[in-house]
Write a protein that binds this ligand. Structure first.
Ligand SMILES: Cc1cc2nc3c(=O)[nH]c(=O)nc-3n(C[C@H](O)[C@H](O)[C@H](O)COP(=O)(O)OP(=O)(O)OC[C@H]3O[C@@H](n4cnc5c(N)ncnc54)[C@H](O)[C@@H]3O)c2cc1C
Ligand code: SF4
Ligand code: SF4
Length: 562
């Protein structure tokens, strides 16, 4: 505690909301008796602009260096008072907020007990103010190169969008050429171009851009560091190289698994998956007047994409080849822009849709495919098994993450979701965000998506990276936890429990302990959740604004009410 601490306590009655339950006068007279409290004032509405100016003047006039606001404690109001402190030349962290509105008035009737509680809460806030510490800003140097992993549509779009915002880009692709799934599909609904033209245009734009360095047959072998300062090790033909990058975008997409055995069928020319159908269509195969049965569902219902692809191809086969198309489905999921219309168009064009439950049997017989099924809608009126004969059967494929996604997740220190795709951290803030700042997801690697969604995601991620790494130095408040190296035994507990991968173990003579090492929290990657501080067995970690001392003095100031 500083000797020259001078505390100002400002009561706000929140337009009468607080004083209708709690009288400030007895509290104020008790507070005035407390050591270091130099100034007490009550106001009707402390967060009004003019009141802010008045607080500023009183801080200067009374040489106050700690401020306690007794009223509410919403984040918006806290921001307002922090600005007031800044204007008055005080560090904004020398502010203690006491939330009488929610913690007392909203939950108690006016009584002697609630008055006593209000006094206790105010005393706790003042005790905290006594122990507040200044927090400074730091200038963190950052690397402005972005690593994009995966050269499908998502990777290509992301590379172009980030390069357009002035970043250098390194795009790595594990195969020997760019394109991913897009190189193999026949048509893309929702996008004007045909896939081959779209791909050619994107690949040309990427490969001719001097700020984009494309490395094929390359994989990420290891990764160290955090946002603004990652070191990535690439592996190509067994040789390792390292590069420094500031942000990483995973765009590793999906793979399709075709498993006709699941439907009692073997591999045959007329037993195909949607991916193969796309390929045959792209290669110009003629399906004129053919009988084609398409199956949707049975374990592929987790995603929208298989339904939309099936309806898209059913409509195309019907319209272009006048084929007889029968779609057998367990469910139709066509939520999304214009997909519902496409389904209605398919029905209008003469595509037949038959619902089945578990009771479908598919048999290959002399080059024909027979589908036996019971219709749940007709069960009561026309019970029995219906038989549909086809020349081709198109079965749904399983959509699973790209091979090696689990290995990559370990390298990136990211969690995988229930279907083993990369998991999004908070879809409401940014659906492309991972639990680690500086690492983002675009395209199908988080869930199979449509081509038009890829462009939106790539733009959002490029903009986010631009906001985070917009200059070679990033200014940030150093409110991340700090470690007392003399207490750190390098047990790695904090390293393992940090949900945001923000902790590294640093080595050097400056760490005065047996190991010359200590855990360090990265100010750009840390989200100030405080988990590491509460988990450290050596009590070596303190979180600014919530240090052990600040919490303990508040508890000491609290009297347990009967
Ligand atoms: C059968 C089918 C039909 C479709 N039809 C449509 C449609 O009609 N309309 C529509 O909008 N969308 C459609 N899509 C979806 C569309 O193809 C994708 O949205 C689009 O191609 C974006 O894919 P992506 O870049 O995320 O992934 P992918 O195309 O899968 O690309 C991922 C890339 O990353 C590479 N990679 C993977 N792991 C690594 C690694 N560890 N290191 C380096 N590189 C790696 C892969 O080799 C690949 O090149 C269809 C998809 C399928 C499967
Ligand atoms: S948990 Fe504590 S003692 Fe263990 S490494 Fe982290 S700071 Fe050091
Ligand atoms: S406060 Fe949370 S995010 Fe920051 S280093 Fe500790 S555990 Fe990680």
């Amino acid at each position: 505690m500083e000797n020259n601490t001078r505390i100002g306590v400002f009561f706000c009655n929140c337009n009468g909301k607080i004083t209708e339950k709690v009288d400030f006068e007895p509290i104020a007279s008790e507070v005035k008796k407390l050591p270091k409290v130099e100034y007490v004032r009550e106001s009707q509405n402390l967060c009004a602009h003019l009141e802010g100016e008045l607080i500023c003047k009183e801080i200067t006039k009374n040489q106050l260096n700690r401020i306690v606001v007794v009223g509410c404690a919403s984040a918006k109001e806290e921001g307002f008072f922090k600005e007031v402190l800044n204007k008055a030349g005080l560090n904004s962290h020398l502010l203690s907020m006491v939330n009488l509105r929610e913690e007392c008035c909203a939950v108690h009737e006016k009584s002697a007990k609630s008055a006593a509680k209000a006094l206790e809460l105010t005393k706790m806030g003042i005790a905290r103010a006594n122990n507040l510490e200044e927090v400074s800003f730091g200038e963190i140097p950052v690397n402005r190169t972005v690593l994009v992993i995966g050269g499908g549509l998502a990777g290509l779009e992301t590379a172009l969008e980030t390069a357009a915002r002035g970043f250098k880009v390194i795009l790595i692709e594990k195969e020997d050429k760019l394109g991913g799934r897009l190189a193999r599909v026949n048509s893309i609904i929702g996008v004007d171009h045909n896939p081959a033209d779209l791909l050619e245009e994107k690949v040309k734009a990427v490969t001719s851009n001097p700020t984009i360095d494309v490395r094929t047959n390359t994989k990420l072998g290891d990764l160290d560091g955090n946002i603004g300062g990652f070191t990535a090790w690439f592996v190509k033909d067994g040789v390792e190289t390292s590069v420094e990058v500031g942000a990483i975008v995973a765009a590793t997409g999906v793979q399709t698994i075709f498993c006709p055995v699941k439907y009692g069928l073997g591999i045959a020319d007329n037993v195909i998956g949607q991916m193969k159908l796309e390929r045959l269509l792209a290669d110009g195969k003629d399906f004129t007047h053919k009988r084609i049965s398409i199956v949707i569902g049975k374990g592929t219902e987790a995603f929208n994409l298989p339904f939309v692809i099936a309806v898209k191809n059913a409509l195309l086969l019907r319209k272009k080849f006048n084929a007889t198309v029968n779609v057998f489905y367990t469910n139709i999921k066509v939520g999304g822009d214009n997909w519902e219309k496409m389904y209605t168009d398919a029905r209008g064009a003469g595509v037949n849709f038959f619902k089945f439950e578990d009771n479908i049997e598919i048999v290959a017989n002399n080059g024909e495919i027979i589908v036996n099924y019971e219709d749940p809608f007709l069960k009561g009126k026309m019970p029995g098994v219906f038989k549909v004969i086809a020349d081709y059967i198109v079965l749904p494929e399983e959509l699973v993450p790209a091979e090696g996604t689990d290995e990559l997740a370990k390298i990136l220190r990211l969690e995988l979701g229930p279907a083993s795709f990369f998991s999004v951290d908070n879809a409401h803030i940014l659906p492309e965000m991972t639990s680690r700042d500086g690492i983002y997801l675009v395209g199908s690697c988080q869930s199979p998506c449509f081509a038009n969604e890829v462009e939106i995601s790539a733009k959002a991620v490029a903009e986010e990276i631009f906001q985070k790494l917009d200059a070679e130095q990033v200014s940030t408040e150093l409110t991340q936890p700090y470690v007392d190296a003399t207490k750190c035994v390098v047990c790695l507990t904090c390293y393992r429990c940090c949900p945001h991968g923000a902790i590294t173990i640093e080595h050097g003579e400056q760490f005065k302990n047996l190991y010359f090492s200590a855990a360090q929290m990265n100010p750009l990657a840390c989200r100030r959740c405080g988990i590491c501080a509460s988990e450290c067995p050596g009590k070596a970690i303190q979180l600014p604004d919530y240090t052990d001392d600040q919490i303990l003095v508040q508890l000491e100031a609290m009297e347990v009410l009967p």
